[in-house]
Design a protein around this ligand. Structure first.
Ligand SMILES: [Zn+2]
Length: 160
């Protein structure tokens, strides 16, 4: 995939999402490094921040996309994934606790949506997937997954 050595922008359709794994991971709120998913460790071992009281979740989602020529798996980290979900990873995590099928339903909702994605090959040599560094919806009526999910589950917006 040498053609993606530099950032490349593609028009694509979402064809799937790896929702069986967690869509997000727990990170230290100070240094943003990955923390264990359990709250047993009270200190971040990198910056010694008290992780039990100040951690947050960040999205990390493997998304399958189809361009006009190929099918690709791309990794969407927090900033890109927020465009798809329309909320923070913490908000989605709590929503999923109340609605256990929220992740698989979000995947179904986003399937078939068209986006302009900027893809780049991570500089970290261990990373196996292309990364979506920016995502822009192409359909004018696009709604982020959380909005459709709230309608689906009958959750009223706080403002109404
Ligand atoms: Zn830290």
């Amino acid at each position: 995939m040498e053609e993606y050595e530099k950032a490349t922008t593609v028009m694509c359709t979402v064809i799937g999402m790896d929702y069986a794994n967690n869509l997000s991971y727990r990170a230290c709120s100070l240094c943003e490094r990955t923390l264990p998913d359990t709250l047993n460790d009270t200190l971040c071992k990198f910056c010694h921040n008290n992780a039990a009281s100040s951690s947050k979740r960040l999205f990390r989602i493997l998304v399958s996309i189809a361009t006009d020529t190929k099918v690709l798996n791309v990794m969407c980290f927090d900033r890109a994934a927020r465009v798809l979900f329309g909320c923070s990873a913490d908000d989605f995590f709590h929503f999923s606790k109340l609605h256990p099928f929220a992740a698989s339903n979000a995947a179904k909702i986003l399937e078939g949506e068209m986006f302009r994605m900027t893809l780049s090959r991570p500089k970290n040599g261990n990373a196996q997937h292309l990364r979506a560094v920016s995502i822009v919806p192409l359909r004018s009526g696009f709604k982020p997954a959380i909005e459709s999910l709230k309608e689906f589950y009958g959750v009223k917006p706080a403002t109404s």
